[in-house]
Design a protein around this ligand. Structure first.
Ligand SMILES: Cc1ncc(COP(=O)(O)O)c(C=O)c1O
Length: 377
């Protein structure tokens, strides 16, 4: 078997496909010397909002700030609770704590690994200000059920769509599935910048105006009027120009991811020891990651790494057990599904340029590891 190295994501291969356009965009921004709040930023905000099907968007410095500033725009602060999941990247929890509020964790559903709506109602109290479902691995949370419960309580739903550019529920894209949505354009995301970048998207233009105010020093009508205590979290014009080059390719790239995910699923379909990702009826994943579950995760990781195949664990420790989140008071055993996932999940390479024969090779290593006798037949 070949031991050719396979990364989790190959940004060099992506760059080769769009090099001329990226280089021209970068040169254009440098020649303009408009680096902050430039035309590229406002054009990209409009274009990405249109991609999502939303009315407005505000570019910010990264996805973590998108969440933090969106919560600020909801008025979240000390004494407030935000209901979310622990089975996510740390930023989801950080954004809540950084606003002085308390994360209230609920468990995820064992099939989609996203917020379990059947646990939501019981977590809502008069202190609950916002609900944040996470579209994990690109698969949308069960937004229909979550919106129904949130709507009855009059609580806004903020999508953590950092991994879900282009994901859909019932033909509507992430960005329009709650009251507002936060995106990350971290380089390895489905739509990635060449540095940090993020965005808040919503149909509520007044809300986006508030986010913009917080992201730009609490600005008022003129530059030196500061109305609220804000921060500096602006989208960089160079990043916006690069993202504008990439955005027209996103649908194709997501389809290429889908094709590779389907190939993994076909190749591993008859391997009962491996739990495969799936799509809920009516949902379309953006297939940011292809994450499987196996009983001996560390063993499989070692085998794949020995074959030159990169792997990653998203995520090895649920947030309620992270020391950084101790203020929220989580204890082992509280979220059994999230805790079990953290022991079993392993992500294998998935990116648009991943050769199909490499998908087959990786799948055969997985098959041989979990069911050696069957694989030999
Ligand atoms: C689910 C989730 N939320 C939030 C973020 C934060 O985004 P960023 O890294 O751009 O701050 C990420 C990105 O890594 C993420 O995966």
């Amino acid at each position: 078997m070949s031991t050719q190295t396979v990364p989790m994501v190959d940004l060099k291969a992506q760059y080769r496909r769009i090099r001329e356009d990226v280089d021209a965009a970068v040169a254009r921004v440098i020649a303009s010397t408009q680096f902050i709040n430039g035309a590229e930023c406002s054009a990209f905000e409009k274009e990405f909002a249109a991609f999502c099907g939303a009315r407005a968007a505000c570019g910010v410095a990264n996805g973590t700030d998108a969440l933090t500033l969106a919560l600020k725009a909801y008025g979240v602060g000390p004494g407030d609770d935000v209901v979310t999941v622990a089975n996510t990247f740390v930023a989801t929890g950080e954004a809540i704590l950084l606003n002085g509020a308390r994360p209230v964790w609920i468990d995820v559903d064992p099939v989609s690994y996203t917020m379990d709506p059947s646990r939501l109602e019981a977590a809502i109290t008069p202190r609950t200000r916002v609900i944040i479902p996470v579209h994990l691995y690109g698969h949308p949370a069960d937004m229909t059920a979550i919106n129904e419960i949130a709507g009855r309580h009059g609580i806004p739903v903020l999508e953590d769509a950092a991994q879900a550019h282009g994901a859909e529920v019932g033909g509507r894209r992430a960005g329009t599935l709650g009251h507002a949505a936060c995106f990350s354009f971290y380089p390895g995301k489905n739509l990635g910048a060449y540095g940090d970048a993020g965005m808040v998207v919503s149909n509520d233009e007044a809300f986006i105006a508030k986010v913009r105010q917080y992201a730009n020093h609490g600005g008022g009508a003129n530059k030196y009027e500061n109305v609220v205590p804000g921060t500096n979290s602006r989208l960089d014009n160079l990043q916006a120009a690069i993202l504008r080059v990439k955005l027209p390719h996103l649908e194709t790239w997501n389809e290429e991811r889908r094709g590779r995910a389907a190939a993994y699923t076909r190749a591993l379909a008859h391997t009962p020891a491996v739990v495969l990702p799936s799509e809920r009826a009516g949902a379309r994943s953006a297939w940011h990651l292809y994450t499987i579950r196996v009983p001996d995760r560390e063993g499989l990781q070692a085998r794949l790494n020995a074959e030159g195949v990169a792997t990653a664990v998203h995520y090895p420790r649920p947030l309620h057990l992270q020391p950084a989140m101790a203020l929220a008071g989580g204890k082992p055993g509280e979220l059994p599904v999230s805790e079990q996932l953290s022991r079993e999940v392993i992500s294998i390479p998935l990116y648009p340029e991943l050769p199909m024969e490499t998908v087959e090779r990786i799948a055969s290593v997985v098959r041989a590891f979990v069911a050696p006798a069957v694989a030999r037949v």
